[in-house]
Write a protein that binds this ligand. Structure first.
Ligand code: 6PG
Length: 477
């Protein structure tokens, strides 16, 4: 046995991760259900490093040095369970199965517990960065035991992206913590993409800019505090013209967004944790709404707002407003996701350091953004930080964004342009900073029809009002 690691499942992510390990000097055993992919990898990329092709599961396992490190890169769900069931019987105590797919964290918790019983380590690992990241250096969010990380950590750190010389790979916490953080990463990804898309829509419809002009606006923003992979690629997409028609690419694409499901999982999980990730939820629902073609046809043609187009000077001022709105909303979206991770950590007993999460998101992953370094620093300065808005610089930026942020949402409403993620982020901000919330009235309603009782602001205890006979005093419930 000579291989430091084995990768089974040689789709594009698995193949590129295997190549990344090999390029970094590790001997990599490679295996795929249909051997043609294994042969193709060796044929095309065999000279990039030391590969050990294996046709059967037994050959594959025999190629691995002990403790065996076997990484599975197959579809989340049933396919992952099938591969685990195939390989686990061939392994020995102390061996490690790493799941690098986008698994649901609760599946990972179940698998980890089952394999731990058999003396095996199951390491649910979030890998972000798409095909290119997998090959050139992804961001790697590792769950499972600290013991397994002692062995695997150096390998993951080696193949990961680096920012300021620091690897974008870390142990996040036990069992499903790595996949949980990857799921929330994707939720934030949905929110960030939707916010950028709303900014585009406003610049197009309100400012009257062309896609090429908006590409330039985004290029400018990308050099500032909004600097990020998603803003950068958005500029590229907007600048692109369709080869066939010569039209802006964005105009020839059907406006119904798909999803593979990690955004949906984030929102479903957030409901269970009572974690208000409203910008992420709106972004996820915005994709769903875009695909509701019958419903859209039923609403089509109904009145919206109207306003005269902006002058060139007004358009420039509006653009800078939208920059503030985008930045402020983005801070809220990341803050919502990070808080959700804290809520889950409390629920599942994970010791997650959000500074580490922000640090390994600075490079390799889809949501990499320059402000993540400041988020990292904020949590490094105060590990107990409840919200990014508890940090002075972020609080100041949000304060500065007040007028333009509100103006942006207001102009969208006046013109009938949907900005669900911008609006949700602003409402979240206003909800949390409010002195009093109308939740008090909700408690009254609940007590009225269901005798659900309420707490008082002036006295301890639970109370119930006899609504039918209001003359009678409130009684302790
Ligand atoms: C990443 C990405 C990736 C994910 C999709 C999301 O971090 O590299 O998040 O893991 O699969 O790109 O895809 P959908 O938009 O289809 O849900």
């Amino acid at each position: 046995a000579t291989a430091a690691i084995g990768v089974t499942g040689l789709g594009v992510m698995g193949r590129n991760l295997a190549r990344n390990f090999a390029r970094n000097g590790y001997t990599v055993a490679v295996h795929n259900r249909s051997a043609s992919r294994t042969r193709a990898l060796i044929e095309v990329y065999g000279d990039e490093g030391a590969f050990v092709p294996a046709e059967t599961a037994e050959e594959f396992v025999a190629a691995l040095e002990r403790p065996r490190r076997l990484m599975i890169m197959v579809q989340a769900g049933a396919a992952t369970d099938a591969v685990i069931d195939e390989f686990a019987p061939l392994l020995e105590p102390g061996d490690m199965i790493i799941d690098g797919g986008n698994a649901h964290y609760s599946d990972t918790r179940r698998r980890e517990a089952a394999l731990r019983e058999r003396g095996l380590h199951f390491v649910g690992t979030g890998v972000s960065g798409g095909e290119e990241g997998a090959l050139e250096g992804p961001s790697i969010m590792v769950g499972g035991s600290a013991e397994a990380y002692d062995v695997l950590g150096p390998m993951f750190e080696k193949i990961s992206a680096k920012v300021d010389g620091e690897p974008c790979a870390a142990h996040i916490g036990s069992d499903g913590a790595g996949h949980f953080v990857k799921m929330v990463h994707n939720g934030i990804e949905y929110a960030d993409m939707q916010l950028i898309a709303e900014a585009y829509d406003l610049l197009r419809q309100v400012a009257g800019y062309t896609p090429a002009e908006i590409a330039n606006v985004f290029r400018g923003w990308n050099r500032g505090r909004l600097g990020s992979y998603l803003v950068e690629i958005t500029a590229e997409v907007l600048a692109h013209t369709d080869a066939e028609t010569g039209a802006p690419f964005v105009d020839i694409v059907a406006d119904a967004a798909g999803q593979k499901g990690t955004g949906r999982w984030t929102v479903q999980t957030a409901l269970d944790l009572a974690s208000p990730v409203t910008a992420i939820a709106q972004a996820t629902f915005a994709r769903a709404a875009s695909g509701q073609s019958e419903l859209r046809a039923a609403y089509a043609g109904l009145p919206g707002g109207t306003r005269p187009p902006l002058s060139r000077t007004e358009a420039e001022r509006f653009t800078s407003q939208v920059e503030h709105a985008l930045y402020a909303s983005k801070v809220i979206a990341y803050d919502q996701g990070l808080k959700m991770i804290q809520d889950a950590a409390a629920e599942y007993g994970w010791k997650i350091d959000l500074g580490t999460v922000a640090r390994i998101w600075r490079g390799g992953c889809i949501i990499r953004a320059s402000f993540l370094d400041r988020i990292r620093a904020a949590y490094a300065a105060d590990r107990e930080l409840v919200s990014l808005l508890g940090e002075m610089e972020f609080a100041m930026e949000i304060t500065d964004a007040q007028v333009p942020w509100r103006e942006t949402v207001a102009s969208a409403a006046r013109r009938g342009i949907p900005v669900p993620a911008f609006s949700a982020a602003l409402a979240h901000y206003d909800t949390l900073r409010a002195d009093r919330l109308p939740a008090a009235l909700l408690q009254g309603q609940r007590d009225y029809f269901g005798a659900h009782t309420y707490l008082r602001t002036d006295r301890p205890g639970a109370f119930h009002t006899h609504w039918a006979a209001p003359a009678r005093p409130e009684t302790p419930a």
